[in-house]
Design a protein around this ligand. Structure first.
Ligand SMILES: *Cc1c(COP(=O)(O)O)cnc(C)c1O
Length: 465
């Protein structure tokens, strides 16, 4: 902290100048998170920037808008809400907080049941695919639940429902399925999971439930694939989370979790506030937070309506298709994302013996594109991919331009000596010359390249969000 103050204009200039070096959010294709909203909504958000959401008695209208959002989302997911009843759910900072809350509810319910049966309740576990987003690992570690991950395999990058149900035991608090895997956008088969788990529950007498992590897919599936059954239409699905700031089309800072019925949220986790004259249940990890994101979510829901969301999501899917076709046409890549899913393109190099996806990502930065390259989780760690997320503000012309930049980069790399090979071969060759040993064979160099590459890849774990 500087000892003395500076004029406000100077502080503004200093910070503004430094921030110019950040990437351009619109060209950040690494993230699902919204980077563009209508100016009318920006105006509403700015006007609410000084409202603390938690002051529900001072800002009852904001609270009411949140409740309306919960109701709209619960209805979108076919929650069985009786006439005159309101949906059970809450706005959060994002899907991570939503998942902590949903996970806690499952843990508490499971513990209550075990206690009532006089059985041990100290070893809860949760079953997920190895492709889960990091927030599930956080939930497991912070709240002391063992994470049992179904391993992936080459060519199959989501949770296999058969294997997941095999892993379920009497200590399983829930199976978490993902609607829109972070890595490939693929939807997991929640319907099959529901069937298999129903059978297992019948055989064993357990009642293991399902949570759906619809962080990215929760605002895609209802509009683009309305017949896909993944939500409360399936009886074992007890809670669902979605990121309002992903395809909910709001800037970073909003997520939602909804429960099937009141019975699925243990009452002792809920704090009741009645300053409003009516009962306002609250269940969050944080106390104070801004109101703008909730207002913005309400804006999007009523401004766009079902029709507007459907148009935008179909447009995203269309642009993802154009991008996919362009990438396939280069002949150099294998696309690993599926046609049905979140609009993104994840693709691997067919031949990465000379150059890697990491070099391609690095070179695309030159044009301003921010595209992550990453390795798949266990047991597909040897597969490395690039991932491009298609958001509302990613137009068809940008898609075409990006494809042409990828082509340029690939051609340029073809002309360059392979960086990893050069490094590895060079180091070894010098060492061997000094020792007066034989010249390395082609094969030995290739093995060295692969080893170097593995080490390089091992350090690259971030970049997907
Ligand atoms: C993004 C994402 C999360 C985390 O959501 P935040 O809203 O960023 O906290 C969790 N699960 C999945 C599948 C995601 O894609």
């Amino acid at each position: 902290m500087p000892a003395s103050s500076m004029p406000k204009e100077a502080a503004y200039q200093v910070i503004n100048d430094e921030l110019m070096l950040d990437g351009n959010p619109r060209l950040n294709l690494a993230s699902f998170v919204t980077t563009w909203m209508e100016p009318e909504c920006d105006k509403l958000m700015l006007a609410a920037i000084n409202k603390n959401y938690v002051d529900m008695d001072e800002y009852p209208v904001t609270t009411e808008l949140q409740n309306r959002c919960v109701n709209m989302i619960a209805n979108l997911y076919h929650a069985p809400i009786a006439n005159g009843e309101t949906a059970v759910g809450v706005g959060t900072v994002g899907s991570s907080e939503a998942i902590m809350l949903a996970g806690l509810a499952f843990k508490r319910k499971w513990q209550q049941k075990r206690k009532a049966e006089g059985k041990p309740y100290d070893k809860p576990n949760i079953v997920t695919g190895a492709n889960v987003q990091v927030c599930w690992e956080k939930f497991a570690r912070y709240f002391e639940v063992e994470l049992k991950e179904v391993k992936l395999r080459e060519g199959y990058y989501v949770m296999d429902p058969v294997k997941a149900v095999e892993m379920v035991d009497e200590n399983t608090i829930c199976v978490a399925a993902i609607l829109g895997s972070t890595l490939t956008g693929e939807f997991e088969d929640v319907k099959l999971l529901n069937e298999l788990l129903t059978e297992k529950n019948k055989e064993t007498g357990w009642d293991t439930p399902i949570h759906v992590d619809a962080a990215s897919g929760g605002f895609i599936a209802p509009f683009v694939y309305p017949d896909l059954e993944w939500d409360f239409r399936l009886p074992l699905v007890k809670s669902i989370n979605v990121s309002g700031h992903k395809y909910g089309l709001v800037y970073a800072g909003i997520g939602w979790v909804v429960w099937r019925t009141k019975e699925d949220l243990p009452d002792d986790l809920v704090f009741h506030i009645n300053y409003l004259g009516s009962d306002q249940p609250t269940f969050t990890l944080n106390f104070s937070k801004g109101s703008s994101q909730i207002i913005a979510q309400y804006y999007q829901l009523i401004r766009l309506g079902f029709e507007g969301y459907k148009n935008i999501m179909e447009n995203c899917i269309q642009n993802a298709r154009i991008l996919r076709e362009g990438i396939e046409k280069t002949g150099r890549f294998e696309v690993v994302s599926k046609d049905v899913g979140v609009p993104l393109v994840a693709f691997a190099l067919k031949d990465s013996s000379k150059h890697t996806v990491f070099e391609i990502a690095e070179n695309l930065r030159r044009f301003g594109w921010i595209i992550p390259a990453y390795t798949m989780p266990a047991d597909a760690q040897h597969v490395t991919v690039l991932r491009i997320v298609v958001r509302e503000d990613f137009s068809r012309s940008l898609a075409e331009r990006l494809v042409s930049h990828i082509e340029t980069v690939v051609k340029e790399l073809d002309l360059l000596p392979s960086r990893s090979a050069v490094q590895a071969a060079h180091v070894e060759a010098v060492a061997e010359e000094v020792q007066g040993k034989h010249k390395k064979s082609e094969r030995e160099i290739q093995e060295e390249v692969t080893r170097y590459w593995r080490r390089y890849v091992a350090d690259k774990k971030t970049g997907v969000c």
